[in-house]
Design a protein around this ligand. Sequence first.
Ligand SMILES: CCOC(=O)[C@H]1CN(C(=O)c2ccc(F)c(F)c2)CC(C)(C)c2c1[nH]c1ccccc21
Length: 233
Amino acid sequence: KEKIEITKEQQALMKIILDAYNRHQIPQDVAKKLLQDQYSAEENFLLLTEMATSQVQVLVEFTKNIPGFLSLDHEDQIALLKGSAVEAMFLRSAQVFSRKMPKGHTEVLEARIRKSGISEEFMTPMFNFYKSIGELHMVQEEQALLTAITILTPDRPHVKDQHAVERLQESMLDVLRKLCALQHPQEPQYFARLLGRLTELRTLNHYHTEMLTSWRMNDHKFTPLLCEIWDVQ
Ligand SMILES: CCOC(=O)[C@H]1CN(C(=O)c2ccc(F)c(F)c2)CC(C)(C)c2c1[nH]c1ccccc21
């Protein structure tokens, strides 16, 4: 059995990514608010919009801490952020949703999310994704690296220097591969399963675009930041 060891610089990289990931925790208070009281569909939608807006701000801060990101071409930096924002939102949502909660809270949270003016057809693939993420029982390091890997996807629209992005993504993938082998020695397929979730995540992009159209029909309001990042209006 070959000895897998994470090098000193890979440990440093992982520490930077994990600190950045934890420093910019999504304010859990929105999820708590949703759990606390029964709101109308409009109020739920407003809470979710507030959650999405703060998550975008969190995403930008996290991305700036990815080693090498700020040395990329500036227009490519924007293209990567715009291209990964929705996937990063769903990845973070899955992590928030599959967090250990007291008995029955997850069901209440799911019901409240369902009652927010979003059509049912998008809920099923979304909650299926949350459950498939939950089943992985990812550790923080894996969650943080998976988010960084999602952001550093070379083939986003309008990225000019894809090779530069590929090099950064590959170094993240190498650390994640080793971490999975060390954290889940009994499950040699674990790393592959993680990457499989990224494929499932991409399908949610499509649903999100559809959701936006249906929201625009029922004149839902978004914040300027969401309009910018979600190409709304
Ligand atoms: C982490 C940032 O995520 C969001 O902001 C998501 C949150 N979403 C969740 O399923 C979700 C997961 C766990 C929770 F604890 C919770 F409260 C919500 C997905 C979605 C319903 C599609 C949404 C979000 N923001 C919106 C704004 C307008 C319309 C729809 C959404």
